[in-house]
Design a protein around this ligand. Structure first.
Ligand code: DGJ
Length: 704
């Protein structure tokens, strides 16, 4: 039983395969967090459960370790919940009110205000095999008047007694997402957040905590990821009593909303986990959890071609057909037409919102291209950006009232576009209708759903209709409902989440998305950094990577085709270059890599990822994927630059059976047979000499 309640000591104990999580009801009736870490005997921990007093300035230290403390009384730490009752009282005093355990893996702790009919249920769903707990809350208003919610976190994760707390997270910007950062926290708060209406490229709702000594392969790591694709906030607060509390949920900034009498609010899920084996182990737990409990499917990732970087807005049926023929020749399985196929979309200045096929570009309709693509043995995918509109569009001319805007303000344009208020029922219906029409009119197997600007001026042009700030929330909920409905109506269509690159990837949208476009930066070397940061939190099976031109359009870097392919083969392989300009030799080489990829993709998709070496610490980046049955493995290694007198480095592998024999094929005629112990302790020679080198090494167990 993963969850138990110790009656005598009033302690709830959650036990996963390799962790314990304890909290209890203390003598002041609050739910106090006690312990989270390596497995312990809960029965030994009764003495942790005491209300603690320090001074009249710190009257109830235990309040800062509450599982879910409401603001009121003696709470000065970041509150989990802050409300204003109908009579103006802002003091919330939540007390334990019982528990429910309908399923062995699920626990509900009931809290109730001492005076007002406000109930808060804390939900725990345990994944014992991944050492993870999903947490969220439901808040029910039993009062006769509305209750205003000013802050409602999904959960607070506490780590109470490390000598130091180091926070690892990602930061970035457009074309430079998922850059890893680590800082030892001093007392106070470090806030990671988005106020831009979507998940954002500047931060991502994932964190990891260790004592400053954990490495890729060792050390205790506490971590969490929030499933919300709108404004979010994660605050890591180190208190002056040496506790760490990481609260997370929908951002309270400009985010207050009301719960009407008799109604409830349910927060997004904040998943937390513990790992004894460093950051690598943490990532593998998160990846396995995403495969098992988050992602909507596990279909084999098709090799795709996307014509965006080749043609940009200059889409026409002839050029797309030429590209489709070349793509089919090199083994591509899915041909995707990006932006520019609809309306008057000849640049980013017009047409967004007019989702009719452009008759100049496709005089005989879109089926002419789709039929050609299908006759070449590929399936067909298409790009959309349903939440956006150009002012120069028929949609905007017909419905200027549909965009976010305050009545007295012109509204900010970004990339010459405005955003539709998806929270409005008529806008939601419009998006559902045009997407349904598109997907039922054409044989489309794949949708790339983009969003190329942040939310600004989140109001409505008509001042009589100004609504709650909760438009921020409604947009995201309606987005999820639309994706959910489209998936139900079109179960064979796959969906990619994209927001000008990787700005909308989180555990919320990943419940609906098969794959994710993680960055518009397709330079294969920059990508190694972006992909590394991405895999700390997210499963590489969703990570789409394209092979594009050299020199690269963004930074002028020249890299051989081998490097560009190997870098992209670590996720879902795509090709985004203008392959019509590639020589016969390049096409033949590309065909060979595509074939190699098809032979290893089940390992990269379903296997476990081990990050062997990082460009953050050396001139070699390397990742290894090990099939779940342990029979096969594949390693990708890269040398960015050869430095002064560097000696040849051997790369030590991970995740193999030390006593088993493996055949190691480095693709250069150097196939050898060695024991797992040798490969993991002595390592393999990479044979790199020079800049921009890469290698794919295949490993197969020979003793079955
Ligand atoms: C941003 C995306 O990330 C690109 O891949 C491409 O689809 C463009 N938008 C098209 O406008």
């Amino acid at each position: 039983m993963p969850i138990s309640y110790l009656e005598e000591s009033h302690i709830f104990a959650i036990r996963t395969a390799r962790s314990s999580y304890l909290f209890g009801i203390n003598d002041s009736g609050t739910v106090q967090h006690l312990y989270w870490g390596s497995p312990v005997h809960a029965g030994d921990c009764a003495d942790l459960l005491r209300a603690k007093h320090h001074s009249s300035f710190d009257a109830a230290v235990d309040r800062e370790t509450e599982e879910y403390g409401g603001w009121g009384g003696l709470l000065y730490a970041e509150p989990a919940l802050k409300v204003t009752f109908g009579d103006g009282v802002r003091d919330l005093l939540l007390r334990y009110d019982g528990y429910l355990m309908d399923k062995p893996e699920e626990l509900v702790i009931r809290l109730a205000d001492e005076y007002y009919a406000l109930k808060v249920n804390l939900h725990y769903r345990v994944f014992p095999e991944f050492d993870l707990i999903e947490r969220y809350v439901t808040i029910t208003n039993g009062e006769p008047s509305a209750v205003r919610i000013e802050q409602a976190m999904s959960a607070i994760w506490s780590v109470l007694s490390l000598p130091a707390y180091r926070l690892t997270h990602v930061t970035g910007r457009w074309a430079g997402e998922y850059q890893l950062r680590s800082d030892v926290l001093s007392e106070g708060k470090k806030v990671l957040e988005s106020r831009r209406g979507f998940t954002g490229p500047h931060a991502n709702p994932w964190f990891a905590i260790d004592d400053g000594t954990a490495s890729e392969t060792s050390g205790h790591v506490w971590f969490g990821a929030l499933g919300w694709s709108g404004n979010w906030k994660i605050a890591a607060e180190k208190t002056t009593f040496g506790h760490l509390r990481v609260s997370g949920g929908i951002n309270d900034f400009d985010g207050s909303f009301a719960i009407a009498p008799g109604e409830s609010y349910t927060s997004p899920v904040f998943t937390g986990g513990f790992c004894e084996n460093g950051f690598g182990g943490m990532s593998r737990q998160l990846h396995r959890y995403q495969k098992a409990a988050i992602l909507p499917g596990s279909r084999e990732r098709k090799v795709l071609y996307n014509s965006w970087e080749a043609t940009e807005f200059a889409v026409n049926v002839q050029d797309q057909k030429v590209l489709a023929h070349k793509a089919a020749r090199i083994g591509v399985e899915r041909f995707v037409v990006d932006d520019g196929w609809f309306g008057a979309r000849n640049s980013d200045r017009a047409g967004l919102g007019d989702w009719q096929v452009n008759p100049q570009k496709f005089p005989k309709g879109l089926n002419e291209l789709i039929d050609e693509v299908k006759s070449l043995g590929m399936d067909f995918g298409i790009w959309v950006e349903p939440e956006s509109v150009n002012p120069d569009s028929d949609l905007y001319r017909a419905h200027p009232e549909w965009v976010y805007q305050f009545p007295t303000r012109a509204g900010s344009q970004l990339r010459n576009q405005l955003l539709l208020n998806l929270g409005l029922p008529e806008v939601k219906q419009f998006v559902l209708d045009f997407m349904t029409n598109l997907l039922s009119s054409y044989d489309i197997s794949f949708i790339k759903w983009d969003m190329n600007r942040t939310v600004t001026e989140p109001g409505i042009a008509d001042e009589r209709q100004q609504r709650e700030h909760s438009d921020w929330i409604r947009h995201v909920n309606n987005l999820y409902e639309i994706w959910g409905e489209l998936r139900r109506r079109f179960p064979n269509v796959e969906f990619e989440t994209c927001a000008g690159g990787g700005a909308r990837i989180d555990l919320g949208i990943l419940r609906f998305a098969d794959q994710a476009w993680i960055s518009d930066n397709t330079d294969a070397l920059d990508r190694l950094h972006i992909q590394e940061g991405f895999t700390y939190a997210y499963d590489p099976s969703v990570m789409m990577c394209w092979v594009t031109e050299s020199p690269h359009g963004m930074n002028g870097r020249r890299l051989p085709l081998s490097f560009r392919f190997h870098s992209a083969m670590m996720g879902g392989l795509g090709i985004g270059a203008n392959i019509d300009r590639w020589s016969e030799d390049e096409l033949a080489e590309a065909k060979d890599y595509v074939e190699q990829y098809k032979r290893i993709r089940l390992i990269t998709m379903h296997g476990d990822l081990y990050r062997l070496s990082s460009l953050r610490h050396s001139n070699v980046a390397a990742c290894q994927y090990v099939a779940r049955d342990g029979q096969e493995s594949v390693v990708f290694a890269f040398q960015n630059a050869q430095h002064f007198g560097a000696w040849e480095r051997r790369l030590t592998l991970q995740g193999l059976d030390p006593d088993a024999l493996y055949e190691v094929d480095a693709g250069d005629g150097r196939a050898v047979t060695q024991h797992g112990s040798t490969l993991m302790q002595v390592g393999v020679a990479l044979g790199f000499s020079g800049d921009g080198q890469s290698r794919m090494i295949r490993i197969a167990r020979v003793e079955r």
